[in-house]
Design a protein around this ligand. Sequence first.
Ligand code: GAP
Length: 537
Amino acid sequence: MEMDQLVALCKRRGFLFQSSEIYGGLNGFWDYGPLGVELKRNVREAWWRDMVTAHDDMDTPDGAPCPYEMAGLDCTIIMHPQVWKCSGHYDLFHDYMVDCRESKRRYRHDQVHGRWVEARGQRFFVATQTLGPEGQDEMQHRALKFLGLRAKNAEELAWDGPMVCLTQVDDFSNVLGPDAKTLGTLTEPREFNLMFKTIIGALGGEESAAFLRPETAQGIFVNFKNVIDSTRVKIPFGIAQMGKSFRNEITPRNFTFRSREFEQMEIEFFCHPDQGPAWYKYWRDRRYRWYVELGLAGDRLRLRDHDADELSHYSTGTADIEYAFPFMADGEFGELEGIAHRGDFDLRSHMEGKLVREGDALVVEKDEHGQPRHRGSGRDLSYFDAETKERFVPHVIEPSAGADRATLAFLCEAYCEDEVPDDKGKPTTRTFLKFHPRLAPYKAAVFPLVRKDGMPEVAREIYKQLKPRLNVFYDEKSAVGRRYRRQDEIGTPYCITVDGQTLQDGTVTIRDRDTLEQWRIPKADCAAEIQRRVLGY
Ligand code: GAP
């Protein structure tokens, strides 16, 4: 599948629109249309149900050390600025960017790639943001143009070494920037904090500056004590939150994959330090299974453990769940979710002040006067185990997922084409979205075969029975074949058709989106049958 086909379908059928499109759009921001909003809600609801409300807290789940409880939270997007100072986001949440003096464009340093080339006595680095064979074609075209050569002179270009990231180039004086016509127009990399800043109150100045949260996780840490004190949860337990996060990404791109406003689904799981490694393993496997259960099976999905040099200074284990999105070069994967063993870093930072690593230990970062650089809350965020009489700062396992990235991966995976006969028996290409029924925006569509002979009345009756239980669609316009195609294209798993036989024996046909199989059942059983197939009960 080409990404352009999916993007076109998303716009045509109302899954996703560019934000503020009538004003020319806003880069990095996306609106979910009538079908997209249902799909994303279903992703979020599947996550909340599977991780929180339907989680069985009495038995030990497969692979877990013991039973555990889950609780939920919904925190504010703007929080006390000190939260971000102690979490490290104020000082450390930045990317490096390079600017182009010629094109006035800005790039993320680690997202520019290129190759060295030699020709006609010159050696220079041709930079691009496009990976894979398309990137190579683009580089060749630009190198020739820079040298004033034609395509037939391509053999004169002596490429030196594989494509490498700009981070591996020390001197930019011989770099041809991604949109530049001359060499050496890129500036040295500079830090750029990704948090969006705002001012609280009408009269506020810099002292009233606050930030839109760049992750939902910190709301959970700062409420850890509130949850313990207001519920009867005991360690081990998890707190889940989903909601909007904001990052002023330097180069938002790849549809919704890297947006500036997006939604996260995060769990902070609190456990005894000795049990951290076992819970880390449990969550890494549990979260991977969740994507598989909802249809991301196959070799486009993978679980990748981070190498030791990729780990944050506080983490003893991190794994990413990744998907090979169609806009990525062959062999490349994009992150859907990270699962990190964070030790006691977060709770201790909010107690004591921002922590940094010194040798093997995490210590409070001090300023030049020996004072904590960012003071913690001073609140005791330790946990007392009444049974063992032990007090400790819990360790944290964090499965942190993106709702928009998951939705995009489900859309990419669902996109299918096959060949079917049209109304006249001629083979035509059918496009269908093979969503897991739990994720499909509509669970079923109800049609009368024709708009006469009492068929619409029966079909409407069935529609009304289903509507309170499931999101279903009613359609009586145009030929039934076209109605089936329209539902296939938006991923509706079942179509129920009322036809001449219904009027005689009270049965209707059910058609399966993927197999195109059709079978008859009594119309009175329809609602229960669809519910069982979609929800599994
Ligand atoms: N609390 C940890 C945390 O926020 P992260 O890896 O920065 O970790 C977690 O983000 C998830 O949030 C990512 O795996 C991804 O799915 C999603 N995410 C992060 N930045 C995003 C962006 N700019 N656009 C869309 N989703 C994003």
